[in-house]
Design a protein around this ligand. Sequence first.
Ligand code: FMN
Length: 183
Amino acid sequence: MNEVMKTIKNRRSIRNYLPEQIKDEELETIIEAGIYAPTAHNDQPWHFTVIQNRELIDFINKESKELMKNSEYEWMRNIAKNDKIHLLHNAPTVFVVSGRKYAISPLVDCSAAIENMLLAAESLGIGSCWIGLVRSFFTKKDNIAKLDIPEGYEPYYAFTLGYKAINNVKAPERKRDVVNYIK
Ligand SMILES: Cc1cc2nc3c(=O)[nH]c(=O)nc-3n(C[C@H](O)[C@H](O)[C@H](O)COP(=O)(O)O)c2cc1C
């Protein structure tokens, strides 16, 4: 299998990290992968907030869970009540990815950048996990202010990075019946 396919297939959502911080040069390589993602109209409508501050990471977890207690979904309320769950998996590095509000397709472009970064991380042997469950955190202006995001951008998603504390995570089975061919 070629190296790109190997990286794509080996990437897993990692939810267990070593406390050791990743190296700055690894971080820079991952960011480089993000900014080389394709974007509509070459807008590049993203901003990346790199958080390596334990206090803020834990605050995002705590505050997101607090807000999730009011969710309309029972499964979310159950996660919020579970003290054992850290929404950011205690990772040493967390990215918040924000998009420029009036770009053509900022959410899609930011998502492409996130996937590029997760794959770059895997290629460096670094674990990652895309995090949607912190979106409740972004519903409060005071919370967003803590992230120091530039004017005109809004946060969409977070993802975690860190050295893996567990390897050989099994891939959830993929649905295969998702293609039709017209020749
Ligand atoms: C938009 C999005 C949001 C996600 N949110 C979370 C999350 O909040 N917490 C988490 O542990 N995993 C989250 N995931 C990871 C998925 O659960 C994971 O990608 C899926 O189960 C497939 O597993 P794999 O990434 O190992 O292939 C998210 C993935 C995506 C694309």
